[in-house]
Design a protein around this ligand. Sequence first.
Ligand SMILES: [Zn+2]
Length: 216
Amino acid sequence: MIAGRLAASLAGKRKRFEAPAPMLAMVTNLAAGREVFTSNAFLVTGARTVLVDPGNDFDAVAGVRERVDALDAVVLTHTHPDHVGNVAAVVDAFDADVRGFDPDHEFVDHAVADGETVRLGDHEYTALHTPGHKDDHLCFYAAEPAVLFAGDLVFAGGSFGRTDLPGGDRAVLVESIEYVLEAVDESLAAMHTGHGPSVTDDPDSHIEAALRAARR
Ligand SMILES: [Zn+2]
C-alpha cells in the first residue's frame, strides 16, 4: 500500500534489503555525452536486443552497429521529439519493430498496454502506463534484475518530468509516480531515466523524493 510505504518512509523505519547485483553491462546509453537535443537512448543487449528510446539528432544507427549486428525492437517511453527523432533512421537500418503506448502514433507499429510484458535483453519488463508528462508515457520495470526504465516521469535527485507541455498534467503525474512506487520493489537496483544520469544507489528513494517534490 502506498500510504503504508510513505508513512514508514517518513518515520524512517523502512526496511532495506540487499539488492541483487545489477546487470548494468547489458544497458548502454548511446546518447551519453551528446550535446544535442536528445533524450538518453538505452541499448539493452541479450537474448532480445532492444533500443529504449532512439533519441534525436545523433547517429543512433552507428551507435547500435558499434555494439551489435542486429536490433530486434525499439521501445518508446513516450513520443516527444527528443526521444523519437531517430526512430525512422533506426527502423530503416534494422527493420526493427517499434512498440509504444499509442498505436495511432505515426512511429508506433504495435501497442504496449499497461501491465503488458516486453522482453528487453534477457528479462521480462512490465509496462506501466504513467501519464502526466505525456499521455502516452510508459515506464518499464523488471523485478529481476530489479531495473526500472523511468522515461521522463522522474529523474535522479528527485526531479520529475515537466507537465507544462501539451498533454501534461501535474496531478496525473503525481498519480503516476505513486503507481510506480507501488509497483517497484524497494530493493530496486537501477533506474535509467530519459535524461541525466542513471541511478544505482537506492533509486527507490529518488522516486520518493520526486513524489514529494511533485506534490508541492
Ligand atoms: Zn518528454
